[in-house]
Every structure is written in C-alpha cells, then in structure tokens.
Design a protein around this ligand. Structure first.
Ligand code: WT7
Length: 631
C-alpha cells in the first residue's frame, strides 16, 4: 500500500518511524512500484564519500510506472489538459492511453535515429505536450534528457549541449509566451554552430514561421511520428542509471549539470507529490512552472504521472492577455490544486482585484508555493483572495539538487504558518549548523541548513565533475549535505528558509549565479571588472544590481546600460538582465583581493547606515565614493 498520510498524529508517528528505521521506511515506499527486478541493496554510500546509491541492483523503467501501469485501471483518464498561450488557440486533453501511445511512437522515432541507452538528448521547447512526450520517450529508451529552459540564449544552450555531449536536439520552430515570440529554431541553429556532437535535430511545429533548414540534420516531428509504431517495449534500466541532467546555477563557474537517477528519483517524487498535495481521484492539479526547471520535471511530469493524477500543461504567462489569466484557467477547468511561485503572486497582487473576482475559484482545495521565501503579505493575499480563506497553503522548500520537496506542510494534514515551510517530510532530517560547523540544537535558533542523511531523490553527481559535487555539497559540513540556504527553526520546531547564504541569486524564483552574470558583463569592451549582488525587489524577490569599473567613464549612461543589458540577454538570457547598475571607481576589496559583497549588498539595498566595518578594506575610501553615487 502506498503511504498516504492523513492526520497530524499519523505524520508524527510516521516521522518517528522513518527516523528509527530509515532504510525500512524507504524500502517499504519503493516496494509499491513496478520493478522488473527487485533491488539487492536498499541503500549504500554516504555524504562523506559522496557515493550515494539507492535500490542498487533494481531494474525498472520509470515510464512503465508513469504510464503502462495505469493502462488497465485509468487508461481513459485525462493525464494532461493542454492550455495554450492564447486562450482562443487550440486546446486539447490527453488520456493516459494516448500519452502512452505518443511516448511509444516517439521512443521508436528516437531509436530509429540511432539514439540509445545512455545517450544524451537536449530538449529546448515550448511548454506543450510534446515537451513532456520528448522527455518520457527519452526515459523509455534509457536516453538521458537534458531540458533547457526556452528562455535561455543560444550561448547558454550551446554550453549545456557541449557539457553533456548531446547527440540530438529536440526543439520547436518557435514559441509564443505572452505577446513575445521566441524563434527557437533560429536560436538552436546559432547554438549548434558550436555543437559538433549533435547530428539530429527534430523540429516540432508550433508557430509556423519561416525557418532555416539543414538537410540531413533537421527533420519534422510530425513527419517522423506519422509512420512510427505505437508499440514500444521499454528499455530495462538499473535503478542507478541516469534519468536526466538538469543544469542549475551555482555561486561559481559554469552551470552545474545535476544528475538524477531512475529508481531513487521515481520513489522520491512520487512519495512527495502524493503526501504534500493530497490529490484525490477526480482532482485537477495545476503547477504553473515551466518544464525547463526542476519544479516542472518533478511536479508537472513525473510525480503526478506516477500517481495517476490529471495535470495542466500551461504554455502562457500570468498576465497575458490580462492579469486574470491564471484565475480564468482555474475557473475553466475547475482546478482543485494550484501550485505557483511567490513572485507570480506578488505580481498579481498588485493588479486590480476585479481580475480575481471575475472568476469562480470555488473549486480550489489546496494552494502551493515554491522557489523562494514567501512574504506574509503575499501569503495572506493568496490565502484570503485566492483560497477564500479555506484552502491550506503548502510552502514547499526544495532544490534542483534534492529532486523533490523536503520541507513542507502536508496539505490539510499538518499545520501551516505564514512564511514558514514548516516541517520536514518523513525520511528527511534537517540540521542547522553554525559557521564553525557546529550543530545547533534546540528550538528558536538559526543557522545554515544541512540535511543529515541521504534520501532517494538527491542528485548523484554533477555531470562530468564529481569533484565539484563533493566540494559544493559534501565538503562544507563533513557528514552533511549542505543546501546553501540560511534557515530559522522557531520555538515549535518549524522551519523558515531565510534565503541563500552563498553567491546565488533568486530572481523571480529563478536561480542565477552572480559569477555567471559578472562574466557576461565583463565581456563588454568598456568594463574592466564587475560585481553583482541581489537587493530586495517587491515583485521579483531579488533584483540584480551590477557595480562596474569602466575603462572610460561612459559618456552616455543610458546607452551604456542598454548595451550591458543586451549583452547579458545575449549571453545568458533575459532573466539575467541587471535591474540596476552603477559605474564605480573601484570595488570594496579585502587586502587579499576578495570583493566584500556584504558592503555592496547594503549599498544596493539603500541601507547606507548598516554598512558595517570597512577598516579591513584595501581602500575604504572607495565605499564613501560608491555611497555618494548611490545617494
Ligand atoms: C533554491 C533552489 C525547488 C524548485 C524551484 C527552485 C529557494 C526554493 C523555497 C521555499 C524559500 C525556497 C532556496 C533553494 N527556495 N523553495 N519554499 N522557501 N526558499 O529550485 O532553482 O534549485 O533553487 O530556491 O534558496 O536553495 P532551484
């Protein structure tokens, strides 16, 4: 029987049991899936060594659990409702049976193009069912998918393709998001000039615009699929074989390809989806994320399908054609579960309430948030205006690296508290450590958030760079997994995430490394050096502030700023554009040459009173100069 926690007391019991018998707990959970062969060993490895394995020796294919297993029971149930960018465009629903057929067809197409188990396939697509079908078809043949968010630039796409040596790229001719058009095929063509590993490009028609065509390399999705068989025998995978790679930003260097594996990821996403959201048989679940991020992977594609849920694939934005778009969709499909980012809530909160009141939201039962801390004001607006005061809110804390939700209320089961992710899921033990690596015990405390024991959903490595994996997560606190987040534990043991303690920004729920943005800015001919920090932004959570030393003082500040924005857009993508910029004569550096970001953060936040001690700086006068420019 699948574990489905229904009361707070049961949560407490299960939590205790999971703590006392951690491996039994996970073994029991794993036992409810379809394995072609049961595992030999539940778990091995440790954070110390960074060699974590789950369900070793087990054989399975995750798509048999997401699709085949449901055919005899809920084959005619809707797996996905597709809602296009424009409300008047063609919409459709896809049953589990149809999805299974589509995935099998496309799996056959992939194999006919020579894609085999272990090969990497890059997916750069609009939020349409074909994106989901592509990912699942890869999983079915054992190919490793790497989905790249379709807002990234050609250069970012190329970097990700090169890093994992993808053999194939699946894309669209273009996409529309709100009133914007993104020429995906043109961007792909540009990226592929520097990607010799890719010999096949499959193009799925979406915008019908004119595109360039490379004979022998490019092929249309609809032509390939036409003659493909709808039967496909899933390829048998080891539990620890890679399922996908997903790139995420770190505090230094290039994006890190997080590698998730088949068995553990399946067990973890499925377990967390079921218990956090509490979706019942006829519910309509909507996660508004893009499949290019981990939220889309775990809680649009995999978690819901393992549980036989009905989900929505939404191509649009919260504000197109108007800021009532989300609520219109909730009303139209009688959505019961709605999962979105605080940044979207804050943006919609600023709009006239009539955009909410126009629609009937009474179908809603559960609300969720993810990606960044939610401020109390936004929490209350969400609770009162959207949930009509009677929907539990699950504030779900997790990361690309964790695979699935780690700290969260279970909807309607465990208590909630505004601004708090609340309690860990059974199987997860958070720990707070201080700067010196000492464990902070008791309640009413604050520290760096770590996790005590491996769980099945944890990333197993950074693609091609296991040392970096060890450095980033395992070395900072020996014997623990380090999350990079700061965290409070209140008097009742509830957790509140306070934000990153490293040089990672969270802009509108998107994770960006300051180093990445600085590298892009430094490409400008006139920029000698730059330092990027975050500052509080009332919609985005964090805004991007860039301090730059220039060779020559720009004669036109506006033109210069536009050049920098365009450059960052070209190199990374529009999400990384600085909101504010300042040309400075120097940066506050320690004698060893390290930039004191703490000082820049205070200046960016306009908190000039609390800059703190500057006596250890190489040149304290620089701070006064920057302050005067800010004022
Ligand atoms: C970082 C992970 C988890 C999927 C989306 C983001 C922040 C995430 C919360 C939350 C406060 C949160 C953390 C984390 N974060 N959820 N509920 N409350 N902060 O995944 O891009 O890997 O980013 O997002 O800082 O470390 P990601």
């Amino acid at each position: 029987m699948w574990l489905n926690i229904k009361t707070y007391d049961q949560y407490k019991d299960v939590y205790r049991e999971s703590r006392e018998n951690r491996l039994d707990f996970w073994e029991h959970e794993a036992g409810t899936y379809y394995w072609r062969k049961r595992w030999d060993k539940v778990h091995s490895g440790s954070f110390k060594k960074g060699d974590i394995k789950w369900f070793e020796g087990g054989k399975l294919n995750v798509t048999e659990n997401a699709l085949d297993r449901h055919l005899n029971t809920i084959g005619s149930k809707t797996a996905f409702i597709f809602e296009p960018n424009h409300p008047d465009s063609f919409r459709r629903t896809i049953t589990y049976r149809q999805l299974h057929e589509d995935v099998c067809r496309f799996a056959n197409v992939l194999e006919s193009k020579g894609i085999q188990k272990g090969d990497r396939v890059c997916i750069y697509m609009a939020m349409t069912p074909e994106l989901v079908i592509s990912a699942l078809a890869c999983a079915r043949i054992g190919a490793v998918h790497s989905i790249v968010f379709a807002g990234f630039s050609a250069q970012s796409l190329a970097e990700r393709i090169q890093d994992c040596d993808a053999k194939m790229l699946i894309t669209n001719d273009g996409l529309r998001r709100g009133d914007k058009h993104v020429p995906l095929k043109d961007i792909s063509d540009e990226a592929l000039q520097n990607c010799p590993s890719v010999d096949h490009v499959i193009v799925c028609q979406r915008t019908n615009r004119d595109i360039e065509w490379v004979e022998g390399r490019d092929e249309w999705w609809h032509l390939l699929i036409r003659n493909a068989s709808k039967h496909h025998e899933a390829v048998e995978m080891d539990a620890e074989d890679p399922l996908f790679i997903l790139y995420t930003s770190g505090s230094t260097g290039k994006p890190k390809g997080q590698m998730h594996t088949c068995g553990g990821y399946m067990v973890y996403t499925s377990y967390t989806f079921r218990n956090v959201f509490q979706v019942a048989e006829n519910d309509i679940y909507w996660c508004t994320a893009d499949a290019g991020w981990i939220t889309g992977h775990s809680y649009i594609i995999y978690g819901p399908l393992f549980n036989g849920a009905t989900g929505i694939i939404f191509e649009g934005t919260p504000t197109y054609p108007d800021p009532g778009r989300f609520w219109e969709v909730v009303d139209k499909y009688k959505v019961t579960h709605f999962y979105t980012a605080p940044t979207a809530i804050r943006a919609l909160m600023k709009e006239d309430l009539s955009y909410v009141k126009k629609y009937d939201l009474s179908s809603l039962k559960v609300l969720g948030t993810v990606g960044e801390p939610i401020n109390e004001e936004a929490w209350h607006w969400y609770h009162d205006q959207i949930g009509n005061g009677n929907c539990p809110i699950v504030d779900t804390w997790w990361q690309t690296e964790t695979g699935g939700i780690m700290i969260s209320a279970l909807a309607g089961v465990t208590p909630e508290k505004p601004g708090f992710a609340t309690l860990p899921l059974p199987g997860i033990e958070p720990a707070l450590l201080d700067e010196n690596g000492k464990l902070i015990e008791g309640n009413g405390v604050e520290g760096n958030l770590c996790i005590k024991h491996p769980w099945p959903g944890i990333t197993r490595s950074i693609w091609g760079d296991h040392d970096r994996y060890l450095e980033t997560y395992m070395k900072p606190y020996k014997g623990y997994y380090f999350t990079g987040d700061g965290c409070k534990r209140d008097e009742n043991g509830f957790y509140r995430i306070t934000g990153r303690v490293d040089d990672v920004l969270n802009v509108s729920g998107h994770r960006l490394g300051t180093a990445e943005i600085e590298n892009a800015i430094d490409e400008h001919d006139n920029v000698v050096e730059s330092a990027v920090v975050g500052y509080p932004h009332d919609v985005k959570g964090q805004g991007i502030y860039a301090f730059m030393i220039c060779e020559d003082e720009p004669n036109n500040g506006e033109t210069f700023e536009k050049e920098v924005r365009d450059l960052v857009t070209k190199i990374i993508g529009p999400i990384a554009k600085p909101d504010k910029m300042m040309v400075v004569p120097g940066l506050p550096k320690t004698r060893s040459g390290k930039i004191m970001r703490r000082i820049l953060r205070s200046i960016a936040a306009n908190d000039l009173e609390n800059i703190g001690d500057t006596s250890t700086l190489l040149d304290p006068a620089v701070v006064e100069e920057i302050k005067s420019r800010q004022a």
